[in-house]
Design a protein around this ligand. Structure first.
Ligand SMILES: Cc1cc2nc3c(=O)[nH]c(=O)nc-3n(C[C@H](O)[C@H](O)[C@H](O)COP(=O)(O)O)c2cc1C
Ligand code: SF4
Ligand code: FES
Length: 650
């Protein structure tokens, strides 16, 4: 069915439902258009007769109502999180009585509120202790002593009451360049020692306020910035005059700009799809959720190039016809939230955002939405669900967000780095963009390097340089003169490659050919003291913990995979059992890759599969001979720690 016919039928059906519901309920309409989701909402009874009298045809009434409903729901999505946050701020957690009160006030069924509150790690359903200490357990922190830190803290607080202090794991806090990182009562501390963490926790136990340090750093000048010290937003200024939308798409296509959030989808195609949708209401969403271990490049970009990000989003709105943008940012990025908030206010002040951009007839509004937490929120359709105020469970695709996205409207979703590439290309031209890459690749890339390197951090490099060069020349090489053993080109989702492959180029195609992926450019480096089976377990656990649980292959498969790898790290598995395990693992991996709803379940087998491929003798030594060549897995400390690690979600 063509887009227009589809739209007419949809509206007709919707109008029919509206009118029928109105008749049957005497004015109180209950809407759940297109799918059964906990997003039903109630309209004030008197509004319907008025709407239907003014708009005589069901189609026109439906059109208006659909738009009203979009705006109403948009507010509602934010409202549920605002309400929950306000209760948590006041009470320290979400007491049942408060949730019941919220349910009555907003006329939202309690189970819906509970289903949201219990999903996100940011919300507490039970009273927290005075000091809630969470130690990041993921790759970069794991490589930098997180297990030992946690064990030490547990010893130091062994005699404390649970209502005073609790020590738990937490998923990546977005500070992988300053590992190990911890959070105490949601304040993040980096490069911590056990003594330092104990001091802060004891302060919290005594009821003293604790503060997250925000060291002042001057903005770092980047090659990617076409403006430097001169006037910013030059591309938007020109575009509001020229209105050359087709030319923008042609340039992005010629530049072959791909998405930098992981999947590498061509940006011009995505924008063109949204542009072609006949719906007058569309959205632009920036995905700044950035929660995969090792991934911190967007944090750097938002700190140092906020104007380029905002300009990229405005351009996207102008080209696709979207009048509203939402910047979805992870809740651990307080500083970046402030920086972006200040830049957005500046833009409104200068007429670069809002009604009639720079005196033109075009509008674009932009707001920041702070994520209630969880890696899965970065998956684009889960992110949309979160924006709508639901549990962040990915949708089945198709339809894609470009067709039916936020509030059922066509939606552009791009990564932070993708957006900042757009003004670069438009300001300096396609030839400049092409010339910035190395070895036939295009453009510049921000990469994060963490793990066992001398200078972990975020670096701006030409796309296409060998990864080994980045590790050596930018991150200062291996720490303490050790040798490179392995590296993950992009956090757990890329799996691990051996040192012998360090000359692989930082490029979509080159990394895919190496059996890995460019992903988000989060290089995690392991030296020769690292146990690769232990690293595989760390990554498998991350996926198990972060699985949203919506589909069986991922929910059950990730747990089975974690159980199996734990058993392997404990040794003593008979050879026949090991062979059976390997066959089961292959089958499980295939089933998860083929049948999981989203990328999380599809990619979860990558770390263990890569370790089996490149470090098989090390795995065999554990399983068949009860030996960890790196001396990590069979220590009493490792076994004691194991018992604690049953998951992170509350
Ligand atoms: C589990 C999961 C987490 C993701 N997290 C992010 C993220 O934090 N940031 C991001 O830009 N993309 C993330 N993605 C990819 C998005 O789904 C989507 O492809 C991306 O935002 C599209 O933008 P791009 O085309 O500019 O890359 C994630 C995907 C999955 C499956
Ligand atoms: S693959 Fe995993 S994370 Fe994705 S929808 Fe299924 S259960 Fe949720
Ligand atoms: S902060 Fe620990 S892995 Fe990212």
């Amino acid at each position: 069915m063509g887009g227009f016919a589809h739209s007419v039928c949809r509206r007709g059906l919707f109008a029919y439902i509206v009118c029928t519901a109105w008749k049957s309920t005497g004015g109180v309409a209950f809407f759940a258009p297109r799918r059964e989701k906990p997003n039903a909402c109630y309209l004030h009874p008197p509004s319907l007769p008025v709407v239907c009298r003014v708009f005589s045809t069901p189609l026109r009434a439906a059109h208006l109502l659909e738009n009203m409903l979009g705006a109403f729901r948009a507010r509602r999505g934010a409202v549920i999180f605002d309400d929950l946050r306000a209760i948590q701020l006041r009470c320290g957690f979400l007491p049942q009585a408060e949730l019941q009160g919220l349910s009555q006030r907003t006329q939202t069924p309690l189970y819906q509120i509970h289903s949201v509150a219990s999903f996100y790690p940011h919300f507490h359903l039970l009273p927290p202790p005075k000091a809630e200490v969470r130690v990041c357990a993921d790759m970069s922190c794991h490589l930098n002593g997180a297990c030992e830190l946690r064990a030490d803290l547990e010893r130091r607080f062994a005699n404390s009451r649970p209502e005073d202090v609790q020590i738990r794991d937490v998923s990546c806090l977005g500070r992988c360049d300053h590992a190990p990182a911890i959070s105490i009562n949601d304040h993040i501390f980096t490069d911590v020692t056990a003594a330092h963490a104990e001091l802060i926790a004891r302060r919290a136990i005594q009821g003293n306020a604790i503060h997250e340090p925000h060291p002042e750093h001057p903005r770092i000048a980047c090659k990617a910035d076409p403006y430097g010290e001169s006037e910013k937003y030059g591309v938007v200024r020109k575009l509001t005059q020229s209105k050359g939308w087709e030319a923008v798409l042609a340039q992005l296509k010629a530049a072959e700009l791909k998405g930098m959030g992981g999947a590498g989808f061509p940006t011009s195609m995505k924008w063109d799809l949204v542009r072609q949708q006949p719906d007058p209401v569309k959205y632009v969403v920036c995905n700044a959720d950035e929660s995969e271990p090792g991934t911190i490049k967007d944090r750097f970009i938002m700190t140092n190039l906020p104007h380029l990000l905002i300009e990229g989003m405005i351009i996207s709105g102008l080209v696709t016809g979207a009048k509203r943008g939402i910047l979805y940012i992870r809740h651990e990025y307080h500083l970046q939230e402030e920086i972006l908030g200040a830049e957005i206010r500046r833009c409104y002040g200068q007429g670069l955002l809002g009604k009639g951009l720079l005196g033109s007839d075009m509008d674009f509004d932009l707001e920041v939405f702070v994520s209630p937490g969880g890696y899965i929120c970065g998956e684009e359709s889960a992110l949309i669900e979160a924006l709508e105020g639901h549990r962040a469970e990915p949708r089945n695709k198709p339809p894609f967000p470009g067709q039916i996205g936020l509030w059922q409207k066509p939606t552009v979703i791009n990564n932070v780095e993708t957006f900042i590439n757009v003004p670069q290309i438009l300001a300096r031209g396609v030839d400049w963009f092409v010339s910035q890459g190395a070895g036939g690749s295009r453009g510049l890339k921000f990469v994060a390097v963490s793990g066992h390197v001398t200078h972990p951090g975020i670096f701006e490099v030409p796309m296409g340089v060998p990864i080994g060069d980045i590790i050596l020349n930018h991150a200062g090489g291996l720490r303490s003169g050790r040798q490179l053993k392995a590296f993950a080109p992009s956090g757990p989702s890329s799996g691990y490659l051996p040192a012998s492959m360090a000359d692989v180029r930082l490029d979509f195609k080159a990394l895919a050919e190496a059996g890995s992926m460019l992903g988000s450019g989060a290089i995690v480096v392991c030296d020769d003291t690292t146990c690769m089976l232990d690293m595989a377990l760390n990554a498998v656990r991350f996926y198990r913990n972060e699985s949203c649980g919506k589909c069986v292959p991922c929910r059950v498969g990730s747990q089975k995979m974690a159980d199996m790898v734990v058993r392997w790290t404990q040794g003593g598995v008979p050879e026949t059992q090991y062979r059976a395990d390997l066959a089961l693992l292959a089958e499980l991996s295939e089933a998860m890759s083929l049948t999981s709803i989203c990328g999380l379940g599809q990619i979860a087998p990558a770390p263990i599969q890569s370790v089996l491929k490149h470090f098989r003798t090390e795995v065999d030594a554990h399983v068949l001979h009860g030996q960890c060549p790196s001396g990590i897995c069979f220590t009493p400390a490792a076994r004691a720690g194991e018992a604690q690690r049953v998951g992170i979600r509350p």
